[in-house]
Design a protein around this ligand. Structure first.
Ligand SMILES: Cc1cc2nc3c(=O)[nH]c(=O)nc-3n(C[C@H](O)[C@H](O)[C@H](O)COP(=O)(O)O)c2cc1C
Length: 355
């Protein structure tokens, strides 16, 4: 198995930040990495169809800085040739790994056959995995986005610009870039053992499994027994298995590792407003409030020069940072109307949450 890459250099057990659309953008990852030090972070998922049709906004999903390494770009879609070209582009953008989303339950994704719907089309899922690996191979054999017929001129230029700014080490064509999958235990019923076997045939370096079916969405509880079955099925292969779902602390992640023999755990929702979850560190509300301001400022610095810039996507984080305060309704009402980092600062200061 080639392209093991950074995954096999990480100290086990691995505890990483799960990809979350609308949440794990560049500023979020920056803050999580700085205060929580997760072993690995993923981008929000990005559409390969959109990317190969020249939707420039998709490139925002692929913004990161060197402090975020190792960083994995997550992609979704249904068209193998677009996965192949996007994979080559992600290599050129300097990512440490590429992850394929085979777990998203959202109608807008699954109705097109992408995300968790791929569990129902195992042959297509295999073709997508193969195509993504082939795209990495293309890069390693010297190809670049200039050789990708679907990637527009404008995106090509931006990818080349970012590539030039990478440290030399990440500009090399011969670095290993592992391909992984993130999925669920089934579509409407739990089929993890057969599904895992299908994926293992194409040898992804790791498979992260959220212990719910697509039908469950985010309801009910994650079934870690099913994740444990996947670990048994994968035994003897070189593919690592990560568990995911309803983990609320580092301690709990380590218990899951012990109980189910997973190679690692991804934590999603428990990181909201709480990067410290990765260290099981308790912080007071003043610390959280200070980081809320820092996060807001970082968000503004990164995106404010954009056409159609809005502070709106930042507001949900503010509510999460202050969720520990009793009687926070007043503060919350003010924060959800904030339009700048300065306003966030002023609101939190007026409530004596920061000095
Ligand atoms: C708002 C939100 C967005 C999500 N977006 C993605 C995504 O882009 N890619 C993905 O693989 N999973 C996505 N997920 C699923 C999470 O990565 C994770 O599998 C799920 O939340 C269960 O883990 P948790 O209980 O630790 O949150 C998303 C979940 C949430 C709540």
């Amino acid at each position: 198995m080639k392209n093991l890459g950074f995954w096999h250099e990480l100290k086990k057990p691995i505890v990483g930040l799960s990809p979350m659309d609308g949440v794990t953008d560049y500023p979020y990852r920056h803050i999580q990495k700085k205060y929580g030090h997760p072993d690995v972070v993923y981008t929000e998922f990005a559409t390969v169809e959109g990317f190969c049709r020249g939707v420039e906004k998709v490139l925002d999903d692929f913004l990161y800085d060197e402090a975020q390494r190792p960083i994995v770009a997550q992609i979704y879609g249904t068209t193998p040739k677009f996965f192949r070209e996007t994979a080559t582009a992600l290599c050129q953008l300097g990512f440490d790994g590429i992850d394929i989303n085979m777990g998203c339950p959202a109608k807008s994704v699954a109705h097109s056959g992408a995300g968790a719907a791929l569990i129902l089309t195992p042959k297509l899922a295999q073709q997508i995995l193969k195509a993504t690996k082939a795209g990495v191979g293309d890069w390693q054999n010297g190809k670049t986005v200039r050789d990708c017929s679907h990637i527009t001129q404008k995106l090509t230029q931006e990818i080349e610009r970012r590539h030039q700014q990478l440290p030399k080490k990440y500009q090399q064509h011969d670095r290993p870039i592992p391909v992984t999958v993130k999925t669920r235990v089934g579509f409407d019923i739990k089929v993890i053992q057969n599904w895992i076997k299908t994926l293992l045939e194409i040898e992804p370096v790791a498979i992260a499994i959220h212990g719910r079916t697509l039908k469950q969405g985010y309801g009910g509880t994650a079934d870690w027994e099913e994740i444990g079955k996947a670990v048994q099925t994968a035994k003897g292969s070189n593919t690592m298995i990560f568990g995911n779902g309803d983990v609320h602390s580092r301690q709990q992640a380590l218990e899951k590792v012990k109980q189910y023999s997973v190679d690692g755990v991804l934590i999603g929702r428990s990181t909201f407003g709480n990067p410290w979850v990765f260290q099981d560190q308790e912080v007071d509300i003043h610390t959280s409030a200070g980081v809320a301001v820092e996060h807001s400022q970082f968000f503004e610095d990164i995106f404010k020069h954009r056409e159609n810039y809005r502070f709106l996507p930042m507001r949900k984080h503010l509510g999460w940072y202050i969720k520990g305060i009793p009687n926070a309704t007043d503060i919350r009402v003010q924060l959800v109307q904030a339009d700048s980092a300065q306003q966030v600062h002023d609101i939190l200061k007026s409530h004596q949450l920061i000095s």
